[in-house]
Design a protein around this ligand. Structure first.
Ligand code: PEP
Ligand code: MG
Length: 578
């Protein structure tokens, strides 16, 4: 009998195949006492397990394939993170300490330390850091399996037959195992744990393999060898499907393949609408390595480089020179312009190396965040601005200021940048003659004051993620109110239109870099609102380009004007992309 199961779809696409469960799931971890005279030998057993784990990871790292875009570097970085963790003192020294002080076996000591570290990671507000809990669990699981002689055997032939490839079902999958399984040609992954920021999810997306995470009890509910359909878009799995369902999903999968193949032909084509409007398609990047990946996927430059990721996963802030080297590398590797956003720390993005300490504010999203924090911490801001201005000697740099809420605040920030430039010039530093500075429009006050702000800004970029949060008074990370998060709310559309209009009047470019810009459902609507620069996750560039090429911008503008005036739901439906 067919069975529908629901999890979180984290890597898009349809896969049809047979269930293959990964063995060695939950481990029974025994705890027993160690005699005084055997303690050194027990610690030695743990050290040997560490060496074996290190060896296994190094072997997998040497097999990271070339030819999967920028993902190869990401994957190697994940494995390096696990290699580092195997040797991390917080894990290893504590285990040896517990064996000695509590006189217990290595497995039990490791389990205690793992649980303590996981509890710390779980309390972190930052979702990226919280997801590092998975690394602790995966590294501990590897060592526990070695200690218990229960090493996970990856299926020798994981690909199945071409007609019926395998769909891997597991409690969780380590990055190292994902690489081996992807190379073996598995069709999809289903895991019981993990979220959209887990490494399983990130790697599955990099490899383009459909994946569902957080599907609780998947190993109990799915049988080995059973037919299953995975819909990575919606997070559904259908076990033992009937003929009619199989026909439907096969058709959907084939349609997706055809669409993807057709899109790759658009890479070299300009993003020009049917009636001749040229649109600029740019990439949002988080890491230096993403820049090359973005160009491979057809982006004309970088519209948002989120620099705060440079400050994450470390105890101290990056120095000016360290930042300069990273920015210069990004700028030199991007063909078009690189719009670098100054630090947007605070709210949901907290870091260990954050400048400020003290009690957590009641409303962090409304507190000392982004440009507010930078202006309050001039030394931290100065190091970044100096690094950015120096990097401008290597290419086309724009500096973008996040969370601007007033003209006075914007001018305070630009006065700071000007003073920093003068100081650098006195020191004889090399810089571009002109570095455009612009504002992110992500606070409703900034959108409403856009005509005034436009007098001082070289460009605007609309950050819809925050603009929607602040306009509709919905915390973007609060699951309880997620259902109210509505990019199509008339107030949001009006603020977008006001911003674009103000930019057009002042003859400054207006881009959009929030998630809305990369969601193909909204492309026609945004074209209708007059948007001509879209910045997005690189994987969406070609799909958005296809819609632009098929659109008549003049007609869409008339339709959007009508929508703003009447709020007619039918006018809205007509503007949404199919
Ligand atoms: C935004 O708010 O739309 C944006 C692009 O910035 P972030 O998501 O980093 O806050
Ligand atoms: Mg934002």
């Amino acid at each position: 009998m067919s069975l529908w199961l629901n999890g979180i779809g984290v890597s898009r696409g349809i896969a049809i195949g047979r269930v293959q469960k990964l063995s060695g799931g939950d481990l029974e971890i025994p705890e027993y006492a160690i005699a005084d005279g055997a303690i050194d030998a027990e610690i030695g057993r743990f050290v040997e397990a560490q060496a074996r784990g290190r060896e296994q990871l190094q072997q997998v790292r040497s097999q990271v394939p070339a030819g999967i875009g920028g993902a190869g570097q990401d994957i190697a970085a994940f494995i390096d993170a696990h290699l580092q963790m195997i040797d991390d003192r917080s894990l290893t020294e504590a285990v040896a300490g517990a064996i000695r002080s509590s006189r217990i076996n290595a497995e039990a000591a490791l389990k205690r330390q793992r649980d303590a570290l996981v509890a710390i990671f779980e309390q972190m507000d930052d979702p990226y850091l919280r997801a590092r809990r998975d690394d602790v669990q995966q590294v501990s699981a590897r060592l526990l399996r070695i200690l218990l002689n229960r090493e996970r055997k990856l299926p020798a032939d994981s690909a199945g037959t071409p007609a019926e490839p395998n769909i891997i079902v597991a409690d969780d999958i380590t990055p190292a195992d994902i690489i081996l399984l992807a190379q073996a040609g598995v069709a999809a992954f289903i895991t019981e744990y993990g979220g959209p920021l887990s490494h399983t999810a990130i790697l599955a997306r990099s490899y383009g393999i459909p994946a569902i995470v957080g599907l609780h009890n998947a190993r109990r509910l799915l049988k080995d060898g059973e037919a299953v359909i995975v819909d990575g878009d919606l997070g559904h799995a259908l076990a033992d499907p009937e003929a009619q369902a199989l026909r439907f999903f096969r058709a959907k999968r084939d349609e997706q393949h055809t669409r993807r193949a057709a899109l790759s032909g658009l890479k070299e084509k300009p993003a020009v609408s049917r009636d001749g409007t040229k649109i600029r398609l740019l990439a949002n990047i988080e890491l230096c390595e993403d820049a090359t990946h973005a160009a491979d996927l057809g982006a004309e430059g970088v519209g948002l480089y989120r620099t705060e990721f440079l400050y994450m996963n470390r105890k101290t802030q990056p120095t000016e020179d360290e930042q300069y080297e990273v920015y210069a590398r990004v700028v030199a590797s991007v063909k078009g312009p690189t719009t670098i956003r100054t630090l947007d720390l605070g709210a949901d993005k907290q870091v260990d190396s954050g400048a400020r300490s003290g009690p957590t504010p009641n409303n962090p999203a409304l507190g000392l965040r982004a440009i507010r924090l930078c202006l309050k911490e001039p030394e931290m801001f100065r190091a970044q601005v100096r690094a950015l201005l120096r990097a401008s000697a290597h290419g086309d740099v724009n500096i973008m200021l996040p969370m601007i809420s007033s003209v006075a605040e914007y001018r305070q920030a630009t006065a700071f940048i000007d003073a920093t430039r003068e100081q650098l010039a006195r020191e004889g530093a090399r810089m571009a003659a002109h570095v455009p500075v612009g504002a992110m429009i992500e606070v409703p006050a900034a959108a409403l004051a856009a005509p005034l702000l436009a007098r001082y800004c070289s460009f605007f970029s609309i950050g819809t993620n925050d603009l929607i949060q602040y306009t509709l008074a919905i915390d973007r990370v609060d699951e309880e109110v997620n259902y109210l998060y509505d990019p199509l709310h008339p107030a949001v559309l009006k603020l977008i239109r006001t911003t674009i209009e103000a930019g057009d009047r002042a003859r400054i470019p207006v881009a959009m870099c929030g998630e809305m810009a990369g969601d193909p459902r909204y492309t026609r609507l945004l074209l209708g609102l007059g948007l001509t620069e879209f910045s997005m996750h690189p994987a969406s560039v070609l799909e958005v380009k296809r819609i632009i090429i098929e659109s008549d911008v003049r007609a869409l503008r008339a339709q959007a004007a009508n929508l703003l005036e009447t709020g007619d739901p039918q006018a809205l439906a007509a503007l949404m992309s199919a």
